[in-house]
Design a protein around this ligand. Structure first.
Ligand code: NAD
Length: 337
């Protein structure tokens, strides 16, 4: 069977990771990535063997900088079956019309509104809803984190209410913009958009969220309080989490006290770019009292959505009907176990 041909529009934090992850699979391949300027990232894409496609008006600047180009962005549409749009938030809307005109499929990211596609994606919660779709949207890193843990719990024990507080990294490690660099900034418009975003996939879930931006770049950290439909036990919840895809139970007693140590573990695992694709949940920080569940989880914002993009391609291009088969396949090639 020939491989699905994937193009990446926007080779930044998410785009470069999705490109690497796609090329590790055996049923899909990258046919090109777009860059708007001949930066060091454009050169590193060339070094990794990716063909570069640029806007018509940028051809000369790439030529002047000596960065080889395969063609224009329109040429990429001609060779790709599907585009993974990893442009900055709110830019994707402009491209949707181009993908539509070219008759190709496209996946957007969490910086776009759910209304852009009408379908949002998470591998654990709703893989089949994107089956054969022309457009879908992989929800943001924080929403992916909430869905990874909440959806298996809701499937096993119904959840009445969720209250979550998100301590958000202020910028990605490679950014020199963003902030605060020394302070904490609450998001005062409540509830924050994260709860409604979870509802774009689990509309029945009663969830509200608050968020604080913190001066760190490593990970987000969530405190989650869930009121369950019935009484449960810490052990029952831990058993659900142990068998949930892309959830890694960690223990503070083993030295994993915070996000710094988790990312050190990520470096020790030796994966691409030291990424930590799984949501890290502190096993010794999970507690059930009656029907109230409390836990902490950490999210590596640069990478948790990467395996979901691979699964979303499989669902939209009808490569694998079974969600857990796709998840296992993606994880095997990315070294997630
Ligand atoms: P980024 O800024 O790191 O990368 C965006 C890339 O798109 C850059 O290479 C930029 O040069 C390019 N670009 C900018 N304008 C463009 C245009 N008009 N046409 C084509 N390319 C253009 O952004 P990112 O962090 O990778 O975010 C991409 C998407 O993923 C956003 O929707 C974001 O909300 C979402 N997301 C980001 C994170 C994160 O933590 N970084 C996590 C999950 C989801």
């Amino acid at each position: 069977m020939s491989k699905v041909k994937v193009g990446i529009n926007g080779y930044g934090t998410i785009g470069k990771r999705v490109a690497a992850a796609v090329n590790r699979q055996d049923d899909m391949e990258i046919v090109g990535v777009t860059k708007t300027r001949p930066t060091f990232e454009a050169r590193s894409a060339v070094d990794r063997g990716f063909g570069i496609y640029v806007p018509e008006g940028s051809l000369q600047s790439f030529k002047d900088a000596g960065v080889p180009v395969k063609g224009t962005v329109r040429d990429l549409y001609g060779v790709a079956d599907i585009i993974v749009d990893c442009t900055p938030g709110d830019v994707g809307e402009k491209y949707k019309a181009e993908y539509e005109a070219a008759g190709i499929k496209a996946i957007f990211q969490g910086g776009e509104e759910h209304s852009l596609t009408g379908i949002s994606f998470n591998s654990t919660a709703n893989y089949s809803e994107s089956w054969g779709a022309q457009f879908s949207r992989v929800v943001s890193c924080n929403t992916t984190g909430l869905l990874r843990t909440l959806s298996p719990i809701d499937r096993n024990i119904k959840i009445k209410n969720v209250y979550a507080t998100l301590v958000r990294r202020a910028a990605d490690p490679g950014d020199s913009k963003g902030g605060p660099i020394n302070g904490l900034e609450p998001t005062v418009k409540l509830p924050t958009h994260h709860g409604p975003d979870v509802k774009s996939i689990m509309p029945w879930l009663n969830i509200n969220t608050m968020a604080i931006k913190a001066s760190t770049t490593l990970m987000h950290l969530h405190t989650v309080v869930a009121e369950l439909e019935r009484e449960s036990s810490t052990e029952e919840i831990l058993n659900i989490m142990r068998t949930s895809p892309r959830v890694r139970l960690i223990n503070s007693r083993s030295g994993l006290k915070g996000t710094a140590e988790i990312m050190e573990l990520g470096r020790d695992l030796g994966r691409d770019r030291s990424d930590m694709y799984e949501i890290a949940v502190w096993e010794d920080g999970v507690k059930v009292i009656g029907s109230m569940l409390y836990y902490y989880q950490a999210i590596h914002q640069e990478s948790d959505v990467v395996p979901e993009n691979v699964d979303c391609i499989r669902s939209m291009c009808k490569l694998e009907e079974d969600a857990s088969a796709s998840v296992s396949k993606t994880d095997r090639f990315l070294g997630i176990n």
